[in-house]
Design a protein around this ligand. Sequence first.
Ligand code: SAH
Ligand code: SF4
Ligand code: F3S
Length: 464
Amino acid sequence: MKILFTEDRKNQAAIEKVAKLSNSIYSQKGEGPFYHIHTFGCQMNDHDSERMAALLELMGYEYTEDETRASLILLNTCAIREHAEERVYGFIGRLKSLKENDLIIGVCGCMVQQKHVLDKIKKSYPYVDMVFGTHNYYQLPIYLLKALEGEKSISVLEDSPRIVEELPAIRASKISAFVNIMEGCNNFCTYCVVPYTRGREKSRLPEDIIKEVKGLVEEGTREITLLGQNVNSYGRGLEEEVDFPELLNRLNEIECLYRIRFMTSHPKDLSDRLIEAMKLEKMAPSFHLPVQSGSTRVLKMMNRKYTREDYLDKVYKLRQALPHIGLTTDIIVGFPGEELEDLEATISLIEEVGYDSAFTFIYSKRLGTPAAGYEDKLDYEEKHRRFDRMLGKLNEIVIEKNHSRLGQVFEVLVEEETEAGIYQGRTPQGFLVRFPGSREDLGQLRDVKITRTKNFSLEGEICH
Ligand code: SAH
Ligand code: SF4
Ligand code: F3S
């Protein structure tokens, strides 16, 4: 079920009222009220923040880097690991000293979807003015209006059957843009909090996605990254029979769009049809395929629904179809019950696949997840020792692969100027490269020769 952003009357009325207030501030001071958003977590949160920024600017707010100038500070939070949550609490604590004036503080995102977090905010941080969750963040205008009228609000929904369409967004990059294709997750990996913070899986209609992408391309976007917790299961529950490979086929037809990327994929749902779709003209040959562990025993305890052999088989098929594909992954070390031989299995899988890079994590216990109840005999030091061993091997491989790129030429989409005269973009495989360039290169595909490799980065020159 979907709802158009403009159909939520109460929200629209709040937008108008807040806009009037900020307009009167603007006419007195010559500048609108300022907002600052601090985003933690993954691309989902980044993109939600892009949407909240657009809502605020619609209401006359202006962005500031400087928290001390802001009349509104929003923290868009992440609950994936304990460390992420601790950082947020630290941040909210620091904001107390800024609270004196008329500052409004809002906390939203994945963390507040958990009851124990709401209780802690109410008890320990009473100066927070508004708390709202991942299913109703687009109603920020309603909560902001209340806060401006001196009323606090806590509004968190467990889930929502609705997808909101036609929300505006102010994207970090015009050239390479995030596009959500689905929300939520139904996989319930035993360590993961996301199914509880983002609700059940819901796919957007293909026509809504295509409309959004066409609109972006008209404004100069050349690359899109399709977002979802498990994009491979896109389309389940939609009336029209359309799956992820079919969606890619349709997006591939859009003129002036150069590249299509996506994240994340679950290995259990990586089909032969998707491998075939990877050969489409605009598909970037790059694949983020989180393995989590190389041990079938641990994968079973994680409820990942594939074995080490299934995973390696899919990697083999991907490489057969696209020999130069970039492969990246996520790895968790120290899952409860992990034995040394399981760690060895993860290390040998890393060697066998030869990843281009990986996000690596030490297992973090998350309240409310099944694994939180598993017996965990490993102490902190042992987990760190194991993590360092795994990372040592991974880095060896990643660094060697990176150095082997010296002298190679890649087609790079030029995305941004990072310092005067130095530009940056990605190769089809997703490797970031920096090189001297000019404004005319922005948004263009350029052949770049790698002239210098560092351990984890690449520098080059445009071939003329
Ligand atoms: N939906 C994506 C990833 C979501 S979270 C997928 O399934 O691939 C990103 C990564 O965080 C996960 O892939 C996992 O490696 C890590 N992660 C999630 N929960 C964790 C936990 N409790 N402890 C440590 N790492 C975790
Ligand atoms: Fe979490 Fe697993 Fe869903 Fe990824 S697929 S978001 S790891 S439950
Ligand atoms: Fe964190 Fe929520 Fe993303 S928990 S990783 S911000 S979906």
